[in-house]
Design a protein around this ligand. Structure first.
Ligand code: LLP
Length: 418
């Protein structure tokens, strides 16, 4: 169900007019639909049915405490990639035993924190990391639950920057070499083998690469069992795509059904780490048109949001749908590049969009709930946007807009004699 509807020329998110939110809280602003996030998460839960599972929301997609808290209350686990994300999950009420820790560069301090917290599992990405976890766990006299992230060498068919399952990527351990690594893990005193993990990429719009990867992992699990290593869970990572423009990604239910079919009667717990598919289409970025400008044969709409607020178009040439918040009957449709105030030619949010707009009008940039706020920065000393969660006809500020003083927090001048 769409959570965005135009009524009497006014775009609404659930039962709140976006123009009202902009009037009250200013722009740029990230706005999320609580119902949309819940629906997506519950689609995963429901499709799992009787299958033993844990849906670990990938915190990197959007790490807002309010979103983490909402998901924790719905029964989510969490996939984290840093000590910072771990602290956030705990602050939001996530349970330690439902946390998996991914990432290629876990520091000594982060491993220690995760061991003391008692997380469900480390997704180990290299033999060096395996040895480091053993060393730290031994020192603390805690047994570390681990799974090894294997690189199944499948082509996810997605953008090269977000494809992770090919041999040449930095992620995971080559699947053909991993039995030995498991044997090494089994021989270490303070490691307990829980599962096998893989994540082949993000924004996948086909089921086939997931199933290819899964088949390879299942073969591996059989080989491990032959050498006496029992596996409790299979973590297939995240990566299910969403519709930004005209993509047709599989529905969550169909994707889960395909995985469950492949799993058959095997006694394995399924772990997934979805990020984008839970939050992307539940969030928008609201922005105001500052200026309209013609240059050569181009027209620019210069808006108050920029690449520091939403980096995906600049970084991946990502396409995001952009529409007006309120109909402007006076304006004529013109084809614009929608650009921000940041001093970079790459600072655009959309190109070649036909819009009937005037200075001061509001634009809604869709599908910004994932990798929007979480990838934002203060580039050009721009305070980060306010974040608002809409709950039917109510709205709640879940993060206040940064102030200019916030931008300078922790900084100091050199002493006078330097
Ligand atoms: N698990 C692991 C180990 C991951 O590396 C990722 C994403 C996920 C789960 C979640 O994947 P998702 O379900 O969200 O596709 N910034 C890029 C996306 C980078 C994804 C990185 N890893 C973008 O804006 O498209």
């Amino acid at each position: 169900m769409s959570h965005f509807q135009r009524r009497n020329g006014q775009l609404h998110i659930d039962n709140v007019a976006l123009a009202d939110l902009a009037a009250e809280h200013g722009t740029p602003a990230y706005i999320y639909s609580k119902a949309a996030i819940s629906e997506q998460f519950l689609a995963y839960q429901q499709a799992m049915g009787e299958q033993s599972h844990l849906i670990c929301y990938a915190v990197k997609a959007n790490c807002s405490l309010a979103i983490l808290n909402l998901l924790a209350k719905l029964g989510a686990g969490f996939d984290i990639v840093s000590g910072g994300e771990l602290e956030r999950v705990l602050a939001a009420g996530g349970l330690p035993q439902n946390i998996v820790f991914s990432g290629v560069g876990k520091s000594h301090e982060e491993i220690t924190l995760a061991l003391r917290t008692g997380i469900h599992c480390f997704n180990v990405e290299s033999t060096a990391e395996l040895e480091r976890i053993q060393h730290i766990a031994q020192g603390l006299d805690i047994v570390a639950p681990i799974s090894i992230r294997v690189n199944p060498d499948v082509d996810a068919g997605t953008h090269p920057y977000i494809s992770t399952g090919l041999k040449e990527n930095k992620f995971g351990i080559e699947i053909d070499a991993v039995v030995e690594v498991y044997q090494r893990a089994a021989s270490l005193s303070h490691l307990s083998i829980k599962g096998v993990d893989c994540h082949i990429g993000s924004q996948l719009t086909e089921i086939a690469p997931f199933i290819d990867a899964m088949d390879r992992v299942l073969l591996l699990i059989d080989r491990l069992s032959e050498v006496g290593i029992a596996i409790e869970h299979l973590d297939l990572g995240g990566g299910l795509g969403v519709r930004y423009q005209d993509e047709h990604p599989p529905a969550i239910g169909d994707y889960i059904q395909a995985i469950r079919q492949r799993l058959g009667a095997r006694n394995l717990r399924l772990i997934l780490e979805p990020g984008r598919s839970i939050v992307a289409n539940a969030g928008v970025l609201l922005t105001k048109v500052e200026y309209l400008k013609a240059a050569g044969d181009k027209n620019f709409a210069i808006v108050d949001a920029a690449m520091n607020d939403m980096l995906r178009p600049a970084l991946y040439e990502a396409w995001l749908d952009i529409e007006t918040v309120s109909d402007n009957k006076q304006a004529k449709a013109v084809v614009y590049d929608i650009v921000g105030p940041v001093c970079e030619t790459g600072d655009f949010l959309g190109k070649q969009r036909s819009l009937a707009i005037a200075e001061g009008d509001l634009l809604c940039i869709h599908s910004c709930g994932a990798y929007g706020m979480s990838m934002s920065s203060n580039y050009n000393s721009r305070p980060r946007a306010v974040e608002i969660m809409v709950d039917d006809c109510d709205s709640h500020v879940i993060k206040t807009r940064e102030s200019r003083a916030d931008l300078m927090r922790g900084e100091s001048l050199l002493p006078d004699n330097h």
